[in-house]
Design a protein around this ligand. Structure first.
Ligand code: HEC
Length: 495
């Protein structure tokens, strides 16, 4: 993100004094970097060298050592303490009490419209604000999936007879549980990645939307690529929905074997002779892994487990689950690649300043870091490690149909949202999220690498991707679809 926009934001929030300080003496700047890096956790400003950027605080590691080195000098220490206290006074109220301006994710945009009275969220008896919120966010009810393990925030009310429902579209996720006091929302900001909100279910004229810090206690960890992100777990659940941790747990995504998926979830759909861990609980808590997977297989009606009438839909659609698992992974990897780029480039800028290299200089290690994040993202964008389906699958809701209908199509009618469901998830294995705002907003040095790596693989120039993983026909089809549905591809794509 460019510095001019950040300065505008600072001025907009009355932090001009801070900017002046940042541009002042070096020790003050170093300290303010640390203070601001901390407050950035709350979604405030991240200073990178002489610039400010509204990103998450990736370069901690590179800033802190230089800060410490300065503190070894006593005179600097005294001055620095005074400066840091002043800064804390200036920054703390903003850090603790305010939203980051100009968040562009769907939920923030909707919140602004609600504030301006352009949209009203209207509660109903059955689901509180849920139905109205889904409609306002354009999230289809057919995307409903149901999880009954007590693995998330409102675990007291979640259980096999009262599962939690999740809904999603390409850039927002909504969680609701009957009797829960909050709607939980995870919304993808193109620049900052996942942003978490809680909407109180208390009926008022002005529904209250908050950004609780506690969400990140689960939503930022190694399970989410160490960025604020999304996660899905498969557990061995006790009859009350409590995960039996002695049985182990899996973090699940598109690469998880079918037989590891959906412990603690309801699954409506068919899958032949394949087996998953959904729809059942452990009868013997001493042997949590001995689930009766046959009893949970090929279930198309969930009303035998709980009162489905209390939900917006009676389904926990198998295909919706598969797409959700793909999407969560890609959102996290895009956010990871973005953060890695900010971090590597700010470290590089520090080194360039110290060694008096030109600003565009990139060391081998910076190049390696960027390349490796890009390769990791592309690997999963092209589903190169996808766990293939052991049997053809079908869902029970209108999800598959509605999901495919949202696709951008090429002149032959093909779309990256076309589903296969016989052997794998997608007909053309390349994530539809290459059309998302989060993908588009990746820093240019990352996006260029991703397009270049995609092109190398899709034109069979990369010799480390075997054709068994991605056939020549698939590569050609994906290349053609991308060329027709994206106007902004690098010029070498059309050669
Ligand atoms: C105790 C850990 C925990 C906390 C705290 C937590 N979550 Fe989650 N959240 C989970 C888990 C685990 C899942 C995966 C589904 C499940 O197991 O219920 C999840 C799923 C979600 C999803 C669906 C997308 C995804 O990541 O799978 C949303 C949206 C969500 N949480 C929002 C929130 C919000 C908003 C907060 C804070 C108000 C929050 N969560 C706090 C554990 C947590």
């Amino acid at each position: 993100m460019g510095s001019s926009r950040c300065h505008t934001i600072c001025r907009g929030r009355g932090k001009l004094a801070l900017v002046a300080l940042l541009q002042g003496d070096r020790e003050a700047r170093l300290l303010s970097e640390v203070v601001l890096s901390v407050s950035c956790r709350f979604g405030i400003l991240l200073p990178v060298n002489d610039r400010l950027s509204v990103a998450h605080p990736a370069p901690h590691r590179s800033i802190v050592p230089s800060f410490r080195a300065n503190l070894d000098r006593p005179r600097v220490r005294l001055r620095s303490v005074v400066v840091s206290l002043t800064l804390l006074l200036l920054v703390a109220p903003a850090a603790l009490g305010q939203e980051v301006p100009e968040l562009l994710d769907s939920m923030s945009r909707l919140a602004r419209r609600v504030e301006r009275d352009e949209v009203r969220l209207v509660p109903d008896e059955k689901t509180g604000y849920l139905r109205s919120l889904l409609r306002a966010l354009d999230v289809p009810i057919s995307s409903q999936t149901l999880v009954f393990s007590k693995t998330s925030l409102q675990h007291q009310v979640i259980g096999p007879r009262n599962p939690r429902a999740l809904y999603f579209n390409d850039d927002v996720y909504v969680g609701w549980v009957p009797g829960g006091r909050l709607l939980e929302i995870g919304s993808v900001d193109p620049n900052q990645g996942a942003i978490f909100f809680a909407l109180s279910q208390q009926h008022t004229d002005q529904p209250r939307l908050e950004r609780p810090a506690e969400c990140l206690s689960c939503h930022e960890s190694s399970r989410t690529e160490n960025v604020p992100g999304f996660l899905l777990r498969s557990v061995f659940p006790a009859p009350d929905g409590q995960p039996i941790l002695s049985g182990g747990t899996y973090t699940i995504d598109q690469n998880s074997p079918f037989e590891h998926r959906w412990g603690g979830w309801y699954v409506s759909g068919t899958h032949g002779a394949a087996r998953h861990l959904g729809n059942v609980v452990a009868r013997d808590e001493d042997k949590p892994r001995e689930l009766d997977v046959d009893a949970g297989a090929n279930v198309t009606d969930l009303s035998r487990y709980f009162d489905t009438d209390r939900y917006l839909s009676p389904h926990s659609d198998l295909v919706a689950l598969l797409v959700l698992e793909h999407q969560v992974r890609i959102h996290n990897l895009i956010a990871r690649a973005t953060r890695e780029t900010h971090s590597a480039l700010s470290y590089q800028a520090e080194l360039n300043a110290i060694f008096e290299e030109p600003p565009e200089h990139r060391s081998e290690s910076t190049i390696r870091r960027l390349d490796s994040a890009a390769r990791k993202l592309v690997e999963d964008l092209l589903l190169l490690r996808e766990a293939l389906l052991p049997q053809p699958v079908r869902g029970t809701s209108a999800f598959a149909e509605e999901f495919q209908a949202r696709g951008r199509r090429d002149s032959k009618g093909r779309s990256l949202r076309d589903l296969d469901l016989e052997r794998r998830l997608f007909r053309y294995p390349c994530s539809f999220l290459v059309h998302s705002a989060a993908f588009d907003a990746m820093p240019p040095e990352m996006k260029d690498r991703v397009w270049s790596r995609l092109w190398l693989i899709l034109t069979s120039r990369a010799d480390d991707v075997p054709v068994e993983r991605l056939s020549k026909e698939d590569r050609a089809a994906i290349r053609e679809i991308l060329t027709e549905t994206r106007r902004d591809l690098p010029s070498y794509w059309s050669d």
